[in-house]
Each structure stands twice: as structure tokens, then as C-alpha cells.
Design a protein around this ligand. Structure first.
Ligand SMILES: Nc1ncnc2c1ncn2[C@@H]1O[C@H](COP(=O)(O)OP(=O)(O)OP(=O)(O)O)[C@@H](O)[C@H]1O
Length: 301
């Protein structure tokens, strides 16, 4: 469990995090979303005691990070996959981390196996691809078998296979009862990875809810229609639909009329339909809708 209460961070006159309160529950993957500069990394650094809050506090399992005797055993984090010394092997790097936290060396091979790096354990970390570096970072986070895990943009720059691996790995960690808190810009990826969301903009909380509810409440459902008589259909829909947009492939995207009603309207006017498909709102739409103000504010600065 991670708990932030009134968490605030000022850098000079910049308010990076502003009176932020949220909780991250165990047994679930919680996504941490926000536009660029929203304060996600700053918040994560405060959870790890790398930055001091100007006001408020954040605790991990009820304790300040700085008061933990063996922090790696309570919370594991991947903030920057490239901070490993390039001349050290993966195994040497993890042994060094383990030693500094009183973790038995035998655990190193366990975590290397868990992330699929067993066979390259003795290769210099500097030769690793980004995907391998991310896996090594995750191995480091797992060393102390912590209950709480935090990942800052773990899938940035990864290929689809790497992204899928990370998604499945996070689900597994949550299924083991751990608290998994993960920030990302990749919204469609996040909608498949996270069960819960903490959404921030300009350092403030915008929403804390389940991913499913966030999309349902903030994004609008639409209907895609393709017809060889699209112009006639559009004329009939004008006045009934809230809006009718054009998709790039020539389909109409209808807002505010159910698919069944569009089908009946077409049938009673002898209009042929080649496609009639309800589109569920996406996390992208919901996110854009809810963070619009904070992005506009930034653009105007
Ligand atoms: N060490 C620092 N000194 C001064 N300002 C900082 C510092 N770290 C962050 N900021 C500012 O605080 C705000 C929040 O930054 P932060 O990196 O936490 O956002 P973010 O949501 O992680 O952004 P991104 O998604 O772009 O990584 C930004 O305006 C940033 O410029």
C-alpha cells in the first residue's frame, strides 16, 4: 500500500506536486497517468525518499521510506533502467545491490531467472538492449522480494514483445498480492495493463478510479458507419446526432445515436450499410478530455 496525503513539492516557484492525496492498493496494477510535466516522476521520487516533500507526506506500508531499515525489502523501484555501470555484468550489479541491502547473494540468480536474464548474467550491462536493461532494472527491484513495486515509464522505447512481457510480468506481480504502481505515457498500453488509475495534471489529482470506470465516465461511445450512400445518410443524421465526423477511411463517426437507431434509419430509407460498428470510448479519449485544461495551461505558459 502506498498512501499520499496532501503531498506537495515546490522547486523554487514551480509547483511540481500540489496537495496530492491518493492510495495505491495491493493485489492490483495501478497506472499513474498525467501529461508531460504533471509531476509523476517527482511523486515517485518522494515515495522513495529521493526528494523531500515541501508539505504533506507519503508512506509505504504506513512508514516513511527514509525510516525503513531495509528499504529494498519493502519497496522495489525502477526509475531509470540505464543507471547501471556499463562495465559491470548483470550479476555483479545485482550482487552489489544485494550486499548493500543485506540480501543473500543466492537471491541474485533467482531474480535473474525470473526476468529471463539467466543466460546473459555475466555479460556487461553496457552491451544490453533497452529491453534487457529494463529487465535488469526489474530484477533489481525484485531483489528484496518487496511487497510494493514502482516502475517509471517501464515500456518506453520497447518493442511489442518487450511491452507484452512487461505487462504480463506486472499482472503476475499483482496476482501475488503485491502493490504495483506504474507510470506511462502509452495510454492504450495502460488501459490493458492497469486495473486502477491515479490521474494527475499540473501536480493535482484529476481522478483516482478503476480504469474501466474512468473510460466509461470520461470517454464518449460512438458508432462507425460505412455506406455507399454516405451523403444521404449524413443528411438524415444531421439534426439527430450530436455530431457526425469523417474517419480517414471515409466512414462516418456518429456521436449521440445508438447503432440500432442508425440501422433502422438506414433500412427505412433504403440505404445500404457496409459497416455499422459501435466504438467503445478509449482511455486516450478519456485522458484527453480530463487533462485538457492542464495541457492548455501548460501550452499557454
Ligand atoms: N529537480 C527539479 N528542479 C526544478 N524543477 C523540477 C525538478 N524536477 C521536476 N521539476 C519540474 O516539476 C514539474 C513536474 O516534473 P516531473 O518530472 O515530476 O513530471 P512528469 O509528470 O514525470 O513528466 P514527464 O512525463 O515529462 O516525465 C515540471 O514542471 C518540471 O519541470
Amino acid at each position: 500500500m502506498i498512501e499520499a496525503t496532501g503531498l506537495t513539492k515546490h522547486y523554487g516557484r514551480t509547483v511540481a506536486v500540489d496537495d496530492l492525496s491518493f492510495t495505491v492498493a495491493p493485489g492490483r496494477v495501478t497506472g499513474f497517468l498525467g501529461p508531460n510535466g504533471a509531476g509523476k516522476s517527482t511523486t515517485m521520487r518522494m515515495v522513495l525518499g529521493l526528494d523531500r516533500p515541501t508539505r504533506g507526506r507519503v508512506t509505504v506500508k504506513g512508514q516513511d521510506y527514509r525510516s525503513l531499515r531495509h528499504p529494498l525489502r519493502v519497496v522495489g523501484a525502477l526509475l531509470d533502467a540505464k543507471w547501471v555501470h556499463p562495465n559491470r555484468s548483470a550479476r555483479a550489479h545485482l550482487r552489489w545491490l544485494a550486499r548493500s541491502n543485506g540480501i543473500p547473494a543466492a537471491r541474485v540468480d533467482e531474480v535473474l531467472g525470473a526476468v529471463g536474464l539467466g543466460e546473459v548474467a555475466d555479460r556487461r550491462a553496457g552491451t544490453f538492449s533497452l529491453g534487457m536493461s529494463q529487465r535488469l532494472g526489474i530484477a533489481g527491484a525484485l531483489l528484496g522480494d518487496p511487497e510494493v513495486l514502482m516502475f517509471d515509464e517501464p515500456v518506453n522505447g520497447l518493442d511489442p514483445e518487450g511491452i507484452l512481457w512487461i505487462r504480463q510480468f506486472m499482472h503476475r506481480l499483482a496476482a501475488e498480492g503485491r502493490t504495483v504502481f506504474v507510470s506511462s505515457h502509452l495510454l492504450s498500453e495502460m488501459s490493458q495493463t492497469a486495473q486502477d488509475l491515479v490521474v494527475i495534471g499540473r501536480g493535482r489529482l484529476i481522478a483516482q478510479t478503476s480504469t474501466e470506470r474512468f473510460i466509461r465516465e470520461a470517454a464518449e461511445d460512438t458508432v462507425r458507419v460505412r455506406s455507399p450512400q454516405a451523403d444521404r445518410l449524413r443528411a438524415l443524421l444531421d439534426g439527430r446526432a450530436r455530431a457526425v465526423d469523417d474517419a480517414a477511411d471515409g466512414a462516418l463517426v456518429v456521436h449521440g445515436v445508438e447503432a440500432a437507431a442508425i440501422g433502422e434509419l438506414a433500412a427505412s430509407n433504403d440505404i445500404t450499410l457496409h459497416e455499422l460498428s459501435p466504438q467503445l470510448g478509449s482511455l486516450e479519449q478519456a485522458f484527453m478530455q480530463l487533462t485538457k485544461e492542464s495541457v492548455e495551461y501548460h501550452a499557454a505558459e
